[in-house]
Design a protein around this ligand. Structure first.
Ligand code: BT5
Length: 256
């Protein structure tokens, strides 16, 4: 078990110097019947992205997984990914870095270059943070939900994959990770307690809406204009063949 983090937070915070993955630790806690815990690690050796991709997570980031048992149907669980993206973007903005959200789970630097995924023409569009949501549900109810958030806080972009950046690199000085985490957890708890507020907040911070996008989905590639996100968190894309609702996938912003 980790040591107490001494943080005034809406969750019990379990801190570790090193973990394989905070999501894995949170899942273990879930299996043990616990809830309302935030697992935090200074470094992860086996950080995971979606689809078993690797998440690079050396010491200096904010790597956290929040375990809750929200009283919602499993189909509503993607909303909590959006809530975590809003909370993360807001915490980044409060730390002085203008951040936007790319559907479904990326928090990017706003601004020139952020207009597309082409990182060569500006700092915008670089990835500051990602979210990995995992859950187990019964027919009509989530039994546990783990929302893992990885934020490149005080990291050297050289140590990160191409297209990634850190809060420190963007603002020119280190962030107070403890304060950043406290804000993120507070904001997430606020949104989780008021699910109706999640979509409006997400729409305001999203850079995906209105953009031409290419989305790689399990069922194939969809190209069109992203027009909205609907209640379970699906992206609504206007294509030549009509409207499509996309529940999962990798989204790329295209130039108009
Ligand atoms: C994500 O996946 O963006 C979800 C990342 C979630 C990480 C958190 S950290 C706390 C918790 N514990 C875990 O084990 N995971 C969660 P995805 O959209 O699939 O993006 C993964 C891709 O992002 C990789 O294939 C790399 O290209 C890139 N990547 C890897 N590490 C990165 C980093 N630190 N910063 C930016 N991009 C990175």
């Amino acid at each position: 078990a980790g040591v107490e983090f001494g943080l005034d937070a809406p969750y019990a915070v379990e801190y570790h110097d090193d973990l394989s993955s905070t999501n894995d630790r949170a899942r273990t806690l879930a299996a043990g019947g616990e809830t309302d815990v935030a697992v935090v690690a200074d470094a992860q050796t086996g950080g995971r992205g979606r689809l078993e991709r690797e998440w690079v997570a050396p010491s200096g980031g904010v790597w956290v997984s929040i375990l809750t048992r929200p009283a919602v149907a499993p189909a509503r669980a993607p909303l909590f990914t959006l809530a975590a993206a809003v909370a993360t973007a807001d915490a980044c903005r409060e730390a002085g870095v203008d951040a936007t959200i790319k559907w479904p789970n990326d928090v990017l630097v706003a601004g020139a270059g952020g207009e597309s995924d082409d990182h060569r023409d500006g700092r915008g569009g670089r990835k500051l943070a990602g979210i990995l949501t995992e859950m187990e549900g019964e027919a009509d109810r989530v039994s546990w939900l783990v929302v893992g958030v990885g934020v490149n806080a005080n990291l050297d972009p050289e140590a990160l994959p191409a297209g990634a950046t850190s809060l420190r690199a963007e603002r020119g000085e280190a962030v107070d990770r403890r304060r950043f985490l406290a804000r993120l957890l507070e904001r997430y708890a606020e949104l989780a307690a008021d699910p109706e507020a999640i979509l409006p907040a997400w729409r305001e911070r999203a850079s995906t809406l209105g953009r031409r996008v290419r989305v790689e989905t399990p069922g194939g590639t969809v190209v069109g204009r992203a027009v909205d996100v609907d209640s379970p968190g699906a992206l609504v894309v206007e294509t030549d063949a009509g409207r499509r609702r996309i529940h999962a996938g990798d989204c790329e912003h295209l130039r108009d």
